[in-house]
Design a protein around this ligand. Structure first.
Ligand code: ZN
Length: 409
């Protein structure tokens, strides 16, 4: 069934109030595809109702990105122009609430040379990163999704009702129904996640051990005193609680960069730079990915691991029970926002300095000294097999079960 206006309004309100939690007087930057201009209007209006001072929309367009990548020179695409830098600089001063509504066609970049794509991404990210670091922890942001026809067709090829089916799935994962109070449901959901995170934080685990029949056999060391976080975050400048990802099911931390051993076997395909890596495993020695095997996308996986110094090390470990509504949907969304909330995962690349005590005020160099990984990439891959065992080990050698058969022990 097509989505009603009532549902769309509820969704816009949830994104603005519960997600980004826009406060009176704040500037909002909304990033959304041109095709979704009607929903953009609803979100924008909701921001103003919440007291936003000004809402700026940054329109995205698959067609524009695709044609640029097909025809423009790599050098041209890679350069960040002075006006773009000025805009980024302005952002570090305004510290706007940022709302992203994703709806990209997962195949938008098909036919584009993947090396060109990663080279452009690599050099732009290097220029943008200092600005990104400068606003981290100092602004609220939220990412949510809106199904486009092409995205829906990727998930349900050939289905006439593909968009409706993708809507059904998205609404299930963000807990919106015609007759419920999604704000109250989100409160209960985030309370549950925070309770689990508090339990983990009280355990004082120094490492995690993963085992699964598919070949996963892996140990990773955790940073002493680093927090497990989940669901929400706090803007340190104003103390406002916000929920960066809708949906969100995970509890995560950053492990010590360069301190893990063994093999992780992926249980779901990974969509990276609009291309698929499937049937893969990654083996770590002395904390670095030393080999990887993929049934599909071997070159791509190798490219990813070699993007920079930190790309072969882990930046995140996350716990998600297999009962997650995303997992229950039973299909690949081709969008990390959903796919990473399906089951337990790890991420190669950039870690989260905010998991360190006082982490937001640390420079990246200081965070690195304490074990946080640094990279221009952050790519999640799913390791949450249905039989996954995860044990927590303390410095004194005592062990407590965290996950059994893919869910909380
Ligand atoms: Zn994650």
């Amino acid at each position: 069934m097509p989505v009603s206006e009532n549902i769309l309004r509820k969704y816009a309100e949830l994104i603005v109030r519960t997600g980004a939690n826009v406060q009176p007087g704040q500037v909002v930057q909304l990033t959304i595809a041109v095709e979704q201009h009607e929903f953009a209007a609803m979100v924008m209006e909701e921001c103003y109702k919440a007291g936003a001072k000004k809402v700026n929309i940054e329109w995205t367009c698959d067609m524009q990105s695709r044609l640029n990548f097909l025809y423009a020179e790599e050098e041209t695409l890679a350069s960040v122009l002075p006006w773009e830098k000025a805009k980024l600089q302005q952002m570090t001063e305004d510290l706007p609430c940022r709302i992203y509504v994703v709806s990209e066609d997962p195949d938008a970049m098909n036919g584009v040379d993947p090396r060109k794509l990663s080279a452009v991404m690599q050099s732009r990210a290097t220029v943008v990163k200092p600005y990104r670091n400068a606003i981290e922890g100092k602004h609220q942001w939220a990412i949510a999704a809106y199904p486009s026809e092409k995205w829906a067709q990727k998930c349900f090829p050939g289905a006439e009702d593909a968009v409706d089916r993708l809507w059904d799935a998205i609404l299930k994962t963000v807990r919106i129904r015609e007759d419920n109070d999604p704000v109250a449901e989100w409160k209960a959901h985030t309370d549950f996640i925070e309770e689990k995170a508090a339990w983990l934080n009280a355990q004082g685990f120094s490492s995690l051990r993963y085992r699964s029949a598919n070949g996963t056999n892996f140990t990773v060391d955790l940073i002493p005193g680093a927090k497990w976080a989940g669901a929400g975050a706090v803007n340190n400048r104003n103390g406002v609680f916000y929920i960066p990802n809708m949906p969100t099911e995970e509890i995560f931390t950053s492990p010590i960069a360069g301190r893990c051993e063994g093999t992780l076997v992926a249980v779901k395909p990974l969509s990276w730079n609009s291309q698929i890596i499937d049937g893969f495993s990654i083996t770590f020695e002395n904390g670095r990915a030393v080999s990887c095997h993929a049934e599909q996308g071997q070159d791509l996986l190798e490219q990813m691991i070699h993007m920079d110094e930190g790309a072969s090390m882990l930046g995140e470990v996350a716990l998600v029970p297999k009962e997650s509504p995303v997992n229950q949907c039973g299909f690949l969304f081709y969008e990390t926002l959903f796919d990473e909330n399906a089951c337990c995962h790890c991420a190669l690349g950039m870690g989260f300095k905010e998991v360190l005590p006082g982490g937001d005020d640390l420079s990246m160099d200081q965070a690195r000294e304490q074990g946080i990984n640094d990279s221009i990439i952050h790519v999640d891959f799913m390791v949450g097999a249905d039989d996954l065992y995860i044990d927590g080990v303390r410095p004194d050698g005592s062990v407590t079960a965290i996950f059994r058969n893919g869910t909380w022990a």
